[in-house]
Design a protein around this ligand. Structure first.
Ligand code: ASP
Length: 334
């Protein structure tokens, strides 16, 4: 039987046209699809315009809106393709992975580096391969499809601002390579238990990311207290946090977590993750209530995960339990 796919259009470069002050999303989802008629050979397609924005302006409430749209039509379609700007697609892919868990039906995000109206666009291939991936019987959960790669929604980073292969799968293999019309899956098998779809509709945006730089004044954390309940701390190397000097973060961090707030310690090095047990400058934080270790997660996934968690609970034990639960391959086992 022919499958049914719903495309949700949200804007981005793929929908953009050249205006007086640069590219802005203008084309509707219908017009975009008219430019890739080949997808109609694959399945039946409906399109819904959810918003039409540059993804720079995407905020957590928009993730909820997108998730609600997917769920509103969940029973009526076999899979979903979300057209999205590339700049914050990694955050949206991670957020949707937490808001819609154990989905047998694939939820695919894609976009393009060049507008679909451009002669050199990458949009047509990306849209075609996304639909192809969404109708495949082995696809499930939230996945980004871009330039022949299918990447788990929690492992995506935007690595390049201009090249067509904008995205990489960080610290985890790609789920599949897609060459022309063929999907080559990697050894990891993705499967979802029957009737285990779990969905959420609240999120907190009281989360900030702080990247350590040499000599940073630790008082900065104090100034975050009014507006934030959690800080993602991008430390040096495997988890180096300045201590024993005038710029020691130790007191500021302990004070932060004693106030009931959360710190997620991660690394500013993109590959291979964190290990607080390795150096003396890290060990003192390893087992403190309120301090969580991000392991090999991407910063985008950490941000989305803690926003999702804080949308559900403020209980430290529950926060910890939820954070360390592996969802959509977001972290390796540590
Ligand atoms: N600024 C655009 C956006 O994220 C970039 C793109 O889509 O490639 O919406």
């Amino acid at each position: 039987m022919r499958k049914k796919i719903l495309i949700l259009a949200t804007g981005g470069t793929v929908a953009s046209m050249e205006g007086e002050s640069g590219l802005t999303p203008k084309l509707s989802g219908d017009l975009i699809l008219e430019m890739v008629p080949e997808v109609n050979d694959l399945c039946d397609i409906d399109i819904k315009q959810v918003m039409n924005i540059d993804s720079t302006n995407m905020v957590p409430d928009n993730w909820i809106t997108i998730a609600k749209q997917v769920l509103a039509y969940y029973d009526a379609y076999d899979g979903f393709v979300i057209l999205h700007g590339t700049d914050t697609m990694a955050y949206s892919a991670a957020a949707l992975s937490y808001l819609i868990q154990n989905s047998k039906k694939p939820i695919v995000l894609t976009g393009s580096q060049k507008p679909i109206s451009s002669s050199f666009t990458d949009a047509k291939l990306n849209i075609y391969q996304s639909v192809l991936y969404a109708i495949d019987k082995n696809s499930c959960n939230v996945t980004l499809v871009f330039q022949g790669k299918a990447i788990s929604g929690t492992r995506v980073i935007k690595q390049r601002t201009r090249s067509y292969n904008a995205f990489e799968s960080m610290n985890f293999p790609v789920i599949a390579n897609i060459i022309d019309r063929r999907i080559f899956r990697q050894a990891i098998s993705r499967s979802v238990e029957e009737n285990k779809l779990t969905t959420y509709d609240s999120i907190s945006n009281r989360v900030a990311v702080l990247k350590l730089i040499p000599g940073l004044n630790p008082h900065i954390l104090e100034s975050f207290k009014e507006d934030f309940d959690a800080v993602v701390l991008e430390t040096f190397g495997v988890g180096g946090i300045p201590s024993g000097t005038a710029h020691s973060f130790e007191n500021a961090i302990m004070d932060w977590v004693k106030s009931g707030r959360t710190i997620i310690v991660t690394t500013q090095v993109p590959e291979e993750g964190l290990d607080l047990s390795l150096y003396e400058v890290g060990t003192k934080y390893a087992n403190v209530e309120g301090i969580l270790e991000a392991g090999d997660m991407t910063t985008e996934a950490i941000v989305a995960k803690i926003m999702w968690i804080l949308g559900q609970t403020t209980d430290q034990k529950r926060i910890k339990e939820m954070f360390y639960t592996v969802i959509n391959y977001d972290r390796g086992d540590f």
